[in-house]
Structures are given as structure tokens and as C-alpha cells.
Design a protein around this ligand. Structure first.
Ligand SMILES: Cc1cc2nc3c(=O)[nH]c(=O)nc-3n(C[C@H](O)[C@H](O)[C@H](O)COP(=O)(O)OP(=O)(O)OC[C@H]3O[C@@H](n4cnc5c(N)ncnc54)[C@H](O)[C@@H]3O)c2cc1C
Length: 515
């Protein structure tokens, strides 16, 4: 078994219908402009359109094909950092509110599917958090999560069901969670928004948002004037205080065919070697697959991201009998310092709303954000707006992680500039490699493709000036500070940066160097 091609598409994309939305034709005026057509933006647009607001969704690429379409489609009340951590960092009441709000969001998804006959393979399944004998030292966490679930009156037991595919040391099982095809759901939700009278534009990249009355949303296709703007771009574009209060991580996913039958449907979270592997058996029109995600790592912090894919592959080899690897992909999360996402207006803005810091729990948090933000805009009371408010200040809950993440950013801002340049001459660069270099005093990110051609762009991230790092698994330039990522041509792929990496001045005469 070998992962020959890093980064294919997510398993859901093979049978996805193309979406029919054109680009913004010129300047327009609306009540609400939603930037980003993922689950967050489309849920907000759905509620607002239904309530009679004139809404436009501006999507830079294609709806649902950002992180939402690269997720694993699990819908659960617990969170990756564990429910008990909310009680520890905040208090039991907050843990209770988090659980209730997440349950409400899952129920919202289910009723939306029923109401609009959305065909997305939704089903109720159990969720398992477990350790196996070789990782029994983490069983404390599993037991604490069991106690937390009991306190929350969730349908929980701590014994494995018959035929469980692992020999467990400790386990927490919560029934009545859910799974679906996240791409199919979100694409069809876009269709519902359009049928209700909302307008959706794809290939419409927002390049600036000006808060005001009205706000001005500048795009590559025209200007949108809107009373309110929802920044639903996963990490808000531009400079926001919340960027200092969350850290970007990449997650690595394989979709494989097994030699035998798939385990029973369920969300399997295996704590193994100090990391969490999330396993999902998936039977859909494409066939039967086991989707496994693990080895998350901070964006731009490891040179060899190929190794992370390999580690997931090794994990699979150890625990399952794999016939073939069919899908390999990665996607990004933003982990908040106090384990709660940021949903609402940011401290310096009045009419611009943000929703971010979902960690890997954002299909549910994204839905919840759509519900909360639409209520705020419609001036309806929402019982959870306060706990997720980006303006909350939680020094005790956040201090340790906040300091660590920001020392990390400062280190990259300073050290990467002081000790700059991985190679001295372009001829040191082999095909398939990306390295930083100084050319005539300019900091350049250089990539040599398999045909030996050079791709030279500025190595300085336009968001806040950090030096980008090479990601060899996905062949991209990644910023270690706030998670902006760029193609080898410098095009912004995701993250808070609005602008592309500048074209390197040196590139003019250095497309090839006869290496
Ligand atoms: C590998 C992986 C697996 C996951 N699995 C799960 C799971 O099983 N369950 C769960 O609950 N959560 C999961 N998550 C988390 C979840 O997928 C995300 O939190 C969620 O999809 C975020 O949705 P979003 O709408 O906020 O962002 P996105 O889906 O990323 O949508 C943002 C959109 O904004 C667009 N955009 C960006 N910039 C611009 C611009 N300048 N102009 C216009 N448009 C722009 C993008 O193209 C994109 O379409 C997972 C995450 C990862 C990384």
C-alpha cells in the first residue's frame, strides 16, 4: 500500500453535481452580504432569506467546496477537545450550553433535510471515544468524558457494543449522533437558498470589506453595498483580533477500500499515540470506504507534511486490512484558545459579523453560527450569542494557549526573517522541491516543478509579513503565523490573507536555469 499521489479530492467530490451559480455581474445593493459559501454562510443565508431579507452570497470559488466539502461529515454533540474541558476552562453551565446548542444545531440540520428533501445520506449513528490497551494511559480522558456526558444527561454508556472493531481499554459511547455527506447537504442547501430568493454568486472573490452604513464589499467583479456583512470565510479575511486567539492546524485524511466488510456505521474516535484518529465507515454511491483522519499539525510548522499522510497510512495498516487507498486529502482547522468558537461582531466592527475558531467541530458550529448570526441580524434573542461572543474575555481559560500561540507567531515574525534562506543558489533546488532563497536581496519562495521549470514568488505573507514555509505533501506555501496558504504561483488558497503572494521581482529572468 502506498500513498503515491498526495492530495486528490475528498471522497464526496466524485459524484458531486456542479453548482449552477454565475459570477457577480456588477454593482448591487442588498440587506445582507454573506462572504463565503460554506456551511456557515449558507445556513445564515438560508435563515435570512426565509425571514424575507434580500441576501447575496459571494463565493470566491465554488459553494461548499472549501473546508465543508473536505470534512468527514460527522455531526456530534461532544467536541474534539472534549466536553469536560469546557467545564474545566469555563464552568459546568457553559458545558451544558455548549452541549445543548450543538444538539440544537444537529436537529436543525436534520429538520432542514426533511423539510427540503435534501438527499445527503443523513443517518443517526453512535459516537465512540476510546483507547486500546497500548494507549491505556489516555483512558482518564475517556472516563472524564463519560462522566461529563452523564452530567449532561446524554444517552451514554461505557461498554463497547458487540462486534466493535477494536479491543478497547476504555470507551464512552453516546448514541443518537449523526453522519451525512457534507458536500451534498451544503450544495443542496445553496439550491434551497436560491429557490427562496437569495442570490448566490460563485467565482466572486471579495478583496476588501469596509464596515459602515452601508458596508462596502469590494470584489473582483463589482461592489456590493449591504446593511450587514457576514464574514463566513472560515478564518475572517483581513486583520482581526481573533487571529491572535486561535491557531491554524492541518488535518490529513485517507479514504480507503478494505479487504473485508466495513465496521458498523458510527463515529469512531481512537486516542492513539498522543493523537486522535477519527474513523468513519462510509457507504455511498461511490462504494464502501473507510475514511480516516489524524495527525493534525500546526500549519507551516513541519517541513515534511508527507510524513503525516504516511503516519495515517501506517495507522490504517496496523488496524485494518486495506485493499487500496482511493482518496487522499487535507484541510484546515482553527483552534480557539479557550475551546469555544467566536461568533458575533468583533470588537472594532458594528455591521460586520464573524464566525470562526470551530476546531474540527465546525459542521455543527458552522450551522450554529448561521443560526446565531441570523438571529442577531434579525434582532431576535439568541440564548447562545453571549457564550460565543468574540468580545468575551476569558483570561484564565485562555492564558496558557494564548501565550504559547502568540510567542510562536512572534518567533516566526522575528526568527524566520533573521535566519532566512534554506538555499544559496537556485541550482540547489531539485524537481518537486520548494525552498526559500534570497535573490538580489529579495526574499523569494522558489519551487521547481517536475519539468524542472521554476516558480518564484515573494516569500512574505501579505497578511502580516511572516515568511511562508514549504508544505511538501500538498505542494503549497503555508504561513506559520495565522494559516494563510498559497499555491506555487502565489494564489491565495485559504486563510486570512486577501492578497496573493507577490510575484517575485527575480522571476522575470529565472523561469528556467537549465538545471
Ligand atoms: C479534515 C477535516 C475534517 C472535518 N470533519 C468534521 C466533521 O466530521 N464534523 C464537523 O462538525 N466538523 C468537521 N470539520 C470542521 C468543519 O469542516 C469546518 O469547521 C467547517 O466546514 C467550516 O465551514 P465554513 O463554512 O465556516 O468554512 P468553509 O467551508 O471553508 O467555507 C468558507 C468559504 O469561503 C470562501 N472564501 C474564502 N475567501 C473568500 C473570499 N475572499 N471571497 C469569497 N469567498 C471566499 C471559500 O472558498 C469557502 O468556500 C472538519 C475539518 C477538517 C479540516
Amino acid at each position: 500500500m502506498a500513498t503515491e499521489h498526495y492530495f486528490t479530492k475528498a471522497v464526496w467530490e466524485t459524484h458531486a453535481e456542479p453548482t449552477p451559480f454565475r459570477a457577480l455581474p456588477g454593482n448591487i445593493e442588498v440587506d445582507v452580504a454573506v462572504v463565503g459559501g460554506g456551511i456557515t454562510g449558507l445556513t445564515a443565508a438560508y435563515n435570512l432569506t426565509k425571514a424575507g431579507k434580500k441576501v447575496v452570497v459571494l463565493e470566491g470559488k465554488e459553494v461548499a467546496k472549501g473546508t465543508t466539502g473536505s470534512s468527514t461529515g460527522n455531526l456530534y454533540i461532544p467536541i474534539g477537545e472534549r466536553l469536560f474541558s469546557i467545564a474545566e476552562k469555563h464552568d459546568e453551565q457553559t458545558m451544558h450550553e455548549v452541549a445543548l446548542s450543538r444538539k440544537t444545531a444537529i436537529d436543525f440540520i436534520e429538520s432542514c433535510i426533511k423539510e427540503h428533501s435534501i438527499d445527503c445520506e443523513f443517518k443517526r449513528v453512535p459516537w465512540y471515544l476510546f483507547t486500546t490497551p497500548e494507549t491505556s494511559k489516555a483512558s482518564d480522558q475517556v472516563n472524564k468524558e463519560f462522566e461529563a456526558a452523564q452530567k449532561l444527561n446524554l444517552p451514554v454508556i461505557n461498554t463497547p457494543p458487540e462486534g466493535f472493531p477494536f479491543k478497547v481499554d476504555s470507551i464512552t459511547c453516546i448514541s443518537d449522533q449523526a453522519q451525512y455527506n457534507p458536500l451534498a447537504y451544503t450544495q443542496q442547501l445553496a439550491g434551497v437558498v436560491a429557490r427562496y430568493g437569495g442570490t448566490i454568486y460563485e467565482s466572486t472573490r471579495v478583496t476588501e470589506v469596509k464596515d459602515g452604513s452601508p458596508c462596502e464589499v469590494i470584489t473582483n467583479r463589482g461592489v456590493v453595498r449591504a446593511q450587514k456583512v457576514i464574514m463566513a470565510t472560515h478564518s475572517p479575511k483581513g486583520i482581526y483580533a481573533v487571529h491572535t486567539a486561535m491557531a491554524p492546524y492541518r488535518e490529513f485524511v485517507l479514504g480507503v477500500k478494505l479487504k473485508g466488510t466495513l465496521p458498523k456505521p458510527g463515529i469512531y474516535w481512537h486516542i492513539h499515540e498522543d493523537t486522535l484518529y477519527s474513523i468513519r465507515p462510509y457507504s455511498g454511491p461511490q462504494g464502501n470506504y473507510l475514511v480516516v483522519l489524524g495527525r493534525s499539525q500546526k500549519v507551516g510548522h513541519k517541513k515534511d507534511t508527507e510524513k503525516s499522510f504516511k503516519k495515517v497510512e501506517q495507522y490504517l495498516e496496523k488496524h485494518f486490512s486495506v485493499e487500496s487507498i482511493e482518496y487522499v486529502w487535507a484541510a484546515q482547522n482553527y483552534e480557539p484558545v479557550d475551546n469555544l468558537p467566536y461568533i458575533g461582531t468583533s470588537p472594532v466592527q458594528t455591521h460586520v459579523y464573524i464566525a470562526t475558531g470551530f476546531a474540527a467541530d465546525g459542521l455543527v458550529y458552522g450551522t450554529l453560527s448561521g443560526m446565531i448570526l441570523s438571529d442577531l441580524i434579525l434582532e431576535k434573542k439568541n440564548q447562545w450569542a453571549k457564550i460565543y461572543d468574540p468580545k468575551r474575555f476569558t483570561p484564565v481559560a485562555s492564558a496558557k494557549k494564548f501565550l504559547k500561540d502568540n510567542i510562536d507567531v512572534a518567533r516566526h515574525l522575528i526568527k524566520d526573517h533573521l535566519i532566512y534562506g534554506e538555499i544559496k543558489e537556485l541550482k540547489e533546488l531539485n524537481p518537486g522541491e520548494g525552498k526559500t532563497i534570497s535573490i538580489d536581496g529579495e526574499k523569494v519562495a522558489a519551487y521547481r516543478d517536475d519539468n524542472k521549470s521554476l516558480h518564484l514568488v515573494s516569500a512574505i505573507c501579505p497578511h502580516m509579513g511572516c515568511v511562508v514555509h514549504w508544505n511538501n505533501g500538498e505542494k503549497s506555501w503555508d504561513c506559520p503565523c495565522h494559516g494563510s496558504r498559497f499555491s506555487v504561483e502565489g494564489e491565495v488558497l485559504e486563510g486570512p490573507a486577501y492578497k496573493n503572494l507577490a510575484r517575485a521581482e527575480a522571476s522575470g529572468n529565472k523561469k528556467t536555469d537549465n538545471k
